[in-house]
Design a binder for this molecule. Structure first.
Ligand SMILES: [Zn+2]
Length: 191
């Protein structure tokens, strides 16, 4: 059947993809989650383009910085541009670019925070596996090449995790905040 252009855009260009197929197809999320850039738009003051986002995040509140845990030498935050729901980053506070420049204390805490992140993500999202790693240098795919960060990406064998279900019904920036709060609430508190 013939359809009228919407706001001057041909109907073929405004077809919406159903969300039913998203759960359990993690690679689809990269496209779905692109609107997370809206966090920058709605988040008030914009970080200066030259400012390192991983230097800036710890100066903000947990909510604004998307931080789920702060250690002594390193901290954990949500990736603004996640490959998957619950995609976390572990960063040293110090602005160092590559893993070999991290101190023993930083390496040890990055490792222990990574282990805790795996346990927390497993507990709150029932994920079935993880991709964990560091891109070292821009040529290797590091988006923020100047500041070391370890990716922790939960993976699911099925659509059993709850994040995509929430994603069907909530605005995406709101979802990021919910994911952050859920992970932080489940994070073990140190005395
Ligand atoms: Zn930095």
């Amino acid at each position: 059947m013939e359809r009228e252009p919407v706001d001057g855009v041909e109907p073929e260009a405004v077809e919406l993809e159903g969300s039913d197929g998203f759960a359990g197809v993690p690679d689809e999320f990269q496209r779905l989650w692109t609107p997370h850039r809206m966090v920058y738009i709605e988040g008030g003051p914009q970080p200066h383009i030259d400012e390192c986002p991983f230097d800036r995040a710890p100066t903000l509140s947990d909510e604004e910085g998307l931080i789920v845990a702060r250690g002594e030498h390193a901290y954990v935050l949500l990736n603004l541009f996640p490959y998957n729901s619950g995609h976390l980053l572990v960063c040293p506070y110090r602005h160092v670019s590559t893993y070999d420049l991290a101190t023993d204390a930083e390496v040890a805490e990055i490792a222990s925070l990574t282990q805790t992140a795996m346990r927390v993500l497993t507990a709150v999202s029932n994920c079935d596996g993880f991709n964990i790693g560091m891109n070292q240098g821009r040529v290797a795919g590091a988006g923020v090449a100047g500041h070391l960060h370890q990716h922790i990406v939960p993976r699911w064998a099925s659509d059993a995790n709850f994040f995509p279900i929430i994603a069907r019904t909530k605005a995406l920036p709101q979802l990021l905040g919910d994911v952050r709060a859920t992970i932080q609430a489940a994070w073990p508190q140190v005395d």
